[in-house]
Design a protein around this ligand. Structure first.
Ligand SMILES: NC(=O)C1=CN([C@@H]2O[C@H](COP(=O)(O)OP(=O)(O)OC[C@H]3O[C@@H](n4cnc5c(N)ncnc54)[C@H](OP(=O)(O)O)[C@@H]3O)[C@@H](O)[C@H]2O)C=CC1
Ligand SMILES: O=C(O)CCC(=O)C(=O)O
Length: 461
């Protein structure tokens, strides 16, 4: 028996995960637009809506059904408050001109300014950004931050462009969406394809336009211009905190637990390091080029050196090659999708053998896959809880910026741990009390907080 199988067997003796998967029949409900894969299309010009937006609407519909809200309130919660589409021209280093589409969506601002990342990825379109903005609304509410939800994106593959070209795209995009953003209006942060340098360019472009330095317009900035300690690792650390909480629910710890991670970017790579430091066995990781697997556990620091030298996990000599789909099907305790959305769908979900799926990525599981995983007894810790560590420390960064007084790393890590564990406890308690999945429980908490804000403010009768 392999060491991987031994670990799984050890964990099999612990308490069952049934009470965190809710009632599978209920999870598989036919909510409006919930059958995302069958009704949606990834082509924005057709009458149908895209998979991420259909999934987001379906999730909201499920929460509204549980909460018993009437249609007017449902419609208000489903409708983005403000959206802007912009054209972003770029003069390439060689003189040619290219045009990209950019978007910023404020889904809801009833609890505070819009908050959410900026994504550079070729798949970015209006529906994807809408879906991600809606997720931000529920996410900020689940961890009880005084923010609404927003997201931005540019349909560009950043790996095909020079640093100088990316700077020009970022500055032009920022200028185009300028009327919507600001430290009290809408605060950006890094997401897929962007990083702290991108945030420094956004902050500089915004500050120059206003005539003075305004660090609070973005979070996830470099420390040298007002970033926060702990932000770079916060999303991943939050993923590890909720994994520890989820395992504790069934009487287990992280020690020796097997973990597979899809995506080795800002979230996936830090998660691999932190899981390994905390005593878990990281057996597989992947990036867009493929994955690597070692049942005895990957030497993560050595893998990081390999990635720094080659740009990919592929070819690492301390593990065997593995495809991305095969990674999703590994028999592990914890599977962490930390790359793109929709990777767990009706095709891949039946093969999942992990006991816990902890969503580092936004929207990695389609509605159909959710129902399949619940049926199989797989516990899914949903994105709006699992990856909220990033926005929690973004909030800390914004608070520090506003008060111009900086906390030390221990204070930030402790506040992050407290916030993530207490949010998990609250979600798990709702899940148990109502017999619903962790995703539905997190949505019920988030949606209810946002609806309450509307009702108290009088924006909704
Ligand atoms: N950064 C943050 O603070 C937060 C991020 N998230 C979510 O986490 C996810 C990852 O974000 P982040 O780490 O910031 O993004 P990055 O751009 O830093 O990393 C993305 C990773 O995904 C990999 N990837 C891209 N396409 C595929 C594919 N088709 N199959 C497998 N892997 C793929 C990339 O591979 P390669 O390295 O080869 O390019 C890269 O390793 C996103 O869903 C994001 O919205 C959620 C909360 C906060
Ligand atoms: O840190 C933030 O403000 C938001 C990060 C983000 O985009 C996300 O949580 O999806």
């Amino acid at each position: 028996m392999s060491t991987q199988q031994t670990a799984a067997t050890d964990h099999d003796t612990a308490a069952s995960t049934d009470d965190l998967t809710g009632d599978a029949a209920r999870t598989g409900r036919a909510a409006p637009a919930a059958s995302a894969e069958s009704t949606a299309t990834s082509h924005p010009s057709t009458a149908q809506i895209s998979v991420p937006w259909a999934n987001a609407l379906g999730q909201l519909a499920g929460a509204v059904e549980i909460l018993g809200y009437e249609e007017g309130l449902h419609e208000m919660l489903a409708t983005p408050r403000r959206e802007i589409n912009v054209a972003v021209p770029l003069r390439r280093d060689d003189g040619r001109v290219e045009l990209f589409k950019g978007f910023r969506v404020q889904h809801n601002v009833s609890r505070g300014p819009g908050k959410g990342g900026l994504r550079f990825h070729p798949s970015v379109d209006a529906d994807e950004v809408r879906a991600l903005a809606m997720l931000m609304t529920w996410k900020c509410a689940v961890v009880d931050l005084p923010y609404g939800g927003a997201k931005g994106g540019v349909g560009i593959d950043p790996q095909q462009y020079s640093e100088r070209e990316l700077e020009r795209v970022t500055r032009r995009y920022t200028s185009e969406i300028m009327p919507m953003i600001g430290p009290e209006r809408d605060i950006m942060a890094p997401d897929m394809g962007t990083n702290e340098q991108t945030m420094a360019w956004v902050m500089d472009t915004y500050s120059v336009s206003q005539g003075y330095t305004i660090p609070g317009v973005v979070t996830g900035k470099p420390l040298a211009v007002g970033g926060s300690l702990g932000r770079a690792t916060a999303t991943s650390r939050g993923v590890v905190h909720v994994t520890i909480s989820a395992l504790a629910e069934v009487g287990e710890t992280l020690t020796g637990a097997t973990v597979a991670i899809q995506g080795f970017g800002k979230v996936g790579a830090h998660a691999a390091s932190i899981f390994a430091e905390e005593g878990a066995r990281v057996v597989a990781v992947s990036d867009q080029f493929g994955g690597v697997h070692n049942a005895a556990g990957i030497d993560v620091p050595r893998l990081l050196d390999h990635v720094a030298a080659t740009g990919s996990v592929v070819g690492f000599d301390g593990a065997d090659p593995l495809g991305n789909d095969a990674l999703l099907a590994l028999e592990v305790d914890v599977l962490v999708p930390a790359a793109i959305d929709g990777v767990l769908d009706s095709r891949t979900a039946p093969s999942v053998r992990a006991r816990f799926v902890v969503e580092g990525a936004n929207g990695p599981t389609t509605s159909e896959a959710d129902a399949i995983l619940a049926e199989k007894g797989v516990v899914v810790v949903p994105d709006i809880l699992a990856n909220a560590g990033g926005v929690v420390v973004s909030y800390f960064e914004w608070v520090q910026s506003n008060q111009t007084y900086w906390w030390d790393a221990n204070e930030i890590e402790q506040k992050l741990a407290d916030r993530m564990h207490s949010a998990f406890r609250e979600v798990a308690a709702t899940s148990r009390a109502q017999g619903i999945t962790l995703r539905d429980a997190a949505l019920v908490i988030g949606v209810r907080r946002v609806a309450e804000a509307h009702q108290i403010r009088g924006l909704y009768p």
